[in-house]
Design a protein around this ligand. Structure first.
Ligand code: HEC
Ligand code: HEC
Ligand code: HEC
Ligand code: HEC
Length: 218
């Protein structure tokens, strides 16, 4: 899993670098700082003090902080989306975490299948990869679905697919059911474990640190 994560992260980093450089060279200004600034603005259209022209469409908001697991007995989880996708948190210094490292179905199928066990895109025939830019351009067409619309709680039927997904266990033939619990735990803690390897003091909770994520409502 960690190898898969790392491979995927590398791919994603490469992809986001390409997007970033594309934006960088697209800009015609001679001032390199202004170039970097406008590339930044394009990626993060709702940053304060943006000197760019007023967008024709008001950029749709990505939630900044999300309360997950409101029905979890162990307590709900406060997930800081903006820190996870805005660059404050990263695996490689200075590189934002790509949207698709979490929103794994939001890319064309030809890309998805490069990272087994992943094989599903949503919508199935999509040709775009989720980025901040794509989302700002047209939030509906960006095709973001909440994890639980596929990774339903045990015993529930997901909204977008016929059944709760299953993947094969890395080291055996056993199938693991990706409920909300297993999907979130894998997605969240595999990255935090990876981060700990280079930063042992990292505050990203690993799998055994249940109550660093799950907090009883006061
Ligand atoms: C990295 C943060 C994190 C850690 C660490 C973590 N969890 Fe979770 N847990 C989550 C998230 C996120 C969900 C999914 C919430 C949702 O569906 O909205 C979840 C879901 C669950 C659920 C299912 C809740 C339900 O009924 O839908 C259980 C049970 C659970 N966790 C127990 C644990 C236990 C026990 C541990 C420690 C061994 C643990 N978790 C560690 C983040 C975490
Ligand atoms: C570290 C993981 C992670 C990254 C990176 C990430 N997201 Fe998310 N995002 C989530 C989680 C978790 C949710 C909550 C989903 C849920 O409620 O099931 C979410 C929710 C959303 C939602 C709301 C969806 C809904 O229907 O409730 C949007 C929109 C969104 N993200 C867009 C983005 C975009 C655009 C990027 C990249 C710029 C991005 N996300 C990067 C994990 C991430
Ligand atoms: C449109 C449906 C859909 C959505 C939305 C979705 N998933 Fe998945 N997920 C799947 C399917 C199906 C699989 C099984 C592998 C496959 O078919 O790609 C899977 C597999 C996974 C896996 C196991 C893969 C691995 O490498 O360990 C994790 C972890 C996961 N999803 C987390 C998430 C998280 C977190 C979100 C939200 C940010 C999310 N998924 C959103 C359908 C979805
Ligand atoms: C691709 C990597 C990655 C993924 C995926 C990821 N995180 Fe993190 N997370 C980080 C990093 C990096 C930090 C910051 C660690 C530090 O600087 O100490 C962090 C910190 C945290 C923290 C502690 C600080 C805070 O904001 O409260 C929590 C809680 C957390 N993550 C929850 C989650 C949950 C829940 C998920 C899954 C929905 C998740 N993370 C997915 C990389 C990731």
């Amino acid at each position: 899993m960690e190898v898969v994560m790392r491979k995927r992260s590398l791919l994603l980093l490469t992809a986001s670098t390409v997007v970033f450089l594309g934006l960088f060279f697209f800009s015609s200004s001679r001032n390199p700082r202004a170039n970097a600034q406008s590339a930044n603005n394009a990626l993060n259209a709702n940053s304060p003090g943006c000197p760019c022209p007023t967008p024709t469409v008001e950029p749709a908001k990505i939630p900044e902080v999300i309360t997950l697991g409101q029905d979890a007995k162990l307590g709900q989880i406060t997930f800081n989306h903006v820190k996870h996708n805005g660059g404050a948190y990263n695996i490689v210094q200075g590189q934002k975490i790509a949207c698709i490292s979490c929103h794994h179905t939001a890319q064309p199928n030809s890309e998805v299948v490069k990272n087994p066990p992943l094989k599903t895109s949503w919508p199935a025939d999509r040709t775009t990869t989720l980025t901040q830019e794509l989302f700002d351009k047209d939030p509906k067409a960006a095709g973001v679905a909440a994890c639980r619309e596929c990774h339903a709680r045990e015993g529930m039927t997901p909204k977008l697919i016929p059944a709760i997904p299953e993947i094969k266990h890395e080291s055996s033939t056993v199938m693991i059911k990706m409920t909300n619990m297993t999907a979130f735990h894998r997605a969240c803690t595999s990255c935090h474990a990876e981060v700990r390897k280079t930063n042992p003091l990292s505050k990203g909770p690993i799998q055994t640190q249940c109550t660093m994520c799950h907090k009883k409502a006061a």
